[in-house]
Write a protein that binds this ligand. Structure first.
Ligand code: GLN
Length: 543
């Protein structure tokens, strides 16, 4: 069948979970046997989110092909299992930079370059390009209807709706139905206004997805339908639930997938098989045990900054039938307070990816605590670099060991990466390069030494994982550090870039230069997270 497009917009307030809604709808359609792709249009002017602080925008999600994208792409992958690519996320910034680049080259032949048609054409081209005969493309529009910023995107999808017709295009609008405690009522007016706002730009939603903290009675549902000019069955309640992995099941129970298929004139037929999701939810709701993992990082006030990480840890819990409690600790605290006070009794310690000097010493102390107290330690990217510095200082007798990310030092065990192999080509960078899009990004292969802990966990010696870093562990220190007990268990295939390290005399101590959390899925937990949580469970039986 020809590819059909489902556009998802949001209204009333931000943070209603459009990304999750898109991902869960994708999972539902997939459970019915359809091929699904999920994309996102982001209205901000940054060319990509790579240079934005995690405080601003949450985690930067990296794809196999090296794009730095919105964290919602992580939800898509975790729900539909299809690896996202460069062509699944675009920002206003990138659209404009392409259009302006073409204008400079003279591609518009002396014409006036305008939002309509040039910018909207570029958006439409993005939405419809690079497809692999998917049955459905779900396209999330970032921002909230009524924002000035999202207007070109809304205009572009309006045009697409018109060009493709309702048989190939559909609009779903996510809104909020708030409960007013003072009057004890659910209010439908914000939804009505949001739909009016959408209609002002020429888009009439076919399905309304209504977020609410409680069931929406038929009276309110009918009222929304009447005022918003849609059928009551197409007003789909999206009630708050305890775990995100229940969302596909709840959507199905509320008839969301049926409404989508009905819109396209497709017979809904048999109910989709959601057993995998039920199994996942069952394990989350009724765990057999629990562990506490300390995540020692920098952006610990904003859990979205580590979205994939917290999900991957939850997946490790699902694999072990255990609940994983996360104890978020800002590493800076160790500069004033003793690590023992905060880390005593935790069953695992994880230092995640990070940038910059602030809090680095605290992370090194957390590594030291884990090493000395035999607590399972998992260092990811920056967390591996800090583990190497800790070993260099405290095991290999190099008190001046550090990373050049923090300035020059006597023993730069972590240094700026200026050149590396990408397939057959050599990539070169210098310290004066642009900051945007110039890291070692995306999937790279690594060779693991057989009979190491990490090779045993993967059950493989050749792996590929996603990267996002500018600095690397300096291979020249390999012999010294291995002599002190820190094994370089995996490297790039040419043997030049350390990819993984481990301590031999420790129950579970692994550092990885890549981000395994990006590839973990609830139905396919990443082996490192599965093993780390299992080690934490062992630890919990000891303490
Ligand atoms: N700041 C470090 C680097 O650029 C680590 C990056 C990360 O943890 N993603 O190499």
């Amino acid at each position: 069948m020809a590819t059909r497009f489902i556009f998802i917009t949001g209204g009333v307030v931000s943070s209603l979970g459009k990304g999750l809604a898109s991902a869960a709808l994708g999972a539902l359609l997939q459970a019915r046997g359809y091929r699904v792709r999920v994309r996102k249009l982001d209205p901000y002017l940054n060319v990509d989110p790579g240079t934005m602080s995690p405080f601003e925008h949450g985690e930067v999600y990296v794809t196999d092909d090296g794009a730095e994208t919105d964290l919602d792409l992580g939800h898509y992958e975790r729900f539909i299992g299809v690896a996202a690519t460069q062509s699944d996320n675009v920002t206003t910034g990138r659209i404009y930079s392409d259009v302006l680049g073409r204008e400079r080259r003279g591609d518009y032949l002396g014409g006036t370059v305008q939002v309509i048609p040039h910018v909207t054409d570029a958006i439409k081209k993005f939405v419809t390009a690079d497809l692999l005969s998917e049955d459905f493309v779900i396209c999330e529009i970032g921002g909230t209807v009524g924002d000035i910023e999202s207007l070109p995107f809304l205009e572009a999808i309006r045009q697409l709706g018109n060009e493709l017709g309702p048989e190939r295009a559909m609009f779903v609008h996510l809104t909020l139905v708030p409960y007013l405690a003072s009057s004890g009522e659910l209010k439908t007016k914000p939804t009505q206004h949001s739909v009016m706002e959408l209609q002002r730009v020429g888009i009439r939603p076919h399905v309304l997805l209504c977020r609410c903290d409680r069931p929406i009675p038929n009276g309110e549902r009918n009222k929304i339908a009447l005022f918003c000019n849609i059928r009551p069955e197409a007003v789909v309640p999206a009630i708050d639930i305890d775990t995100i992995y229940q969302v596909p099941i709840s959507y199905h129970e509320e008839g969301f997938d049926t409404q989508v298929l009905t819109h396209f004139g497709i017979e809904a037929g048999e109910t989709p098989n959601l057993d995998t999701w039920r199994e996942i939810v069952g394990r989350i709701r009724e765990p057999d045990g629990e562990v506490t993992i300390a995540v020692v990082g920098k952006y610990t006030d904003l859990p979205d900054a580590y979205k994939s990480l917290s999900e991957a840890l939850a997946h490790g819990g699902i694999a072990n039938h255990a609940r994983v409690n996360l104890d978020w600790i800002a590493s800076e605290i160790f500069e004033e307070e003793d690590t023992v006070e905060h880390l005593n009794g935790v069953h695992g310690i994880l230092v995640p990816g990070g940038f910059g000097e602030r809090g680095a010493e605290g992370k090194i102390q957390a590594v030291q605590f884990a090493r000395e107290h035999n607590v399972p330690y998992f260092g990811i990217c920056f967390g591996m670099q800090m583990a190497v510095i800790e070993a260099a200082r405290n095991l290999a007798g190099m008190p001046e060991a550090g990373s050049t990310e923090f300035g020059p030092c006597a023993d730069p065990v972590v240094g700026l990466m200026t050149e590396w192999q990408q397939g057959d080509a050599k990539v070169q960078r210098s310290s004066g390069d642009n900051l945007g899009g110039t890291m070692r990004l995306g999937a790279y292969p690594a060779s693991l030494e057989s009979r190491t802990h990490i090779a045993e966990i993967y059950g493989l010696t050749e792996i590929a994982e996603r990267h996002r870093h500018r600095y690397e562990v300096n291979i020249n220190y390999r012999n010294t550090l291995e002599g002190a007990g820190l094994k370089f268990s995996g490297t790039s295939p040419d043997g030049l870039l350390p990819e993984t390290v481990e301590l031999e005399d420790h129950p579970w101590f692994i550092g990885v230069q890549f981000h395994p959390e990006l590839k973990s899925k609830p139905f396919e937990p990443h082996p490192l997270f599965k093993s780390f949580v299992a080690a934490a469970l062992d630890q919990s039986r000891l303490v």
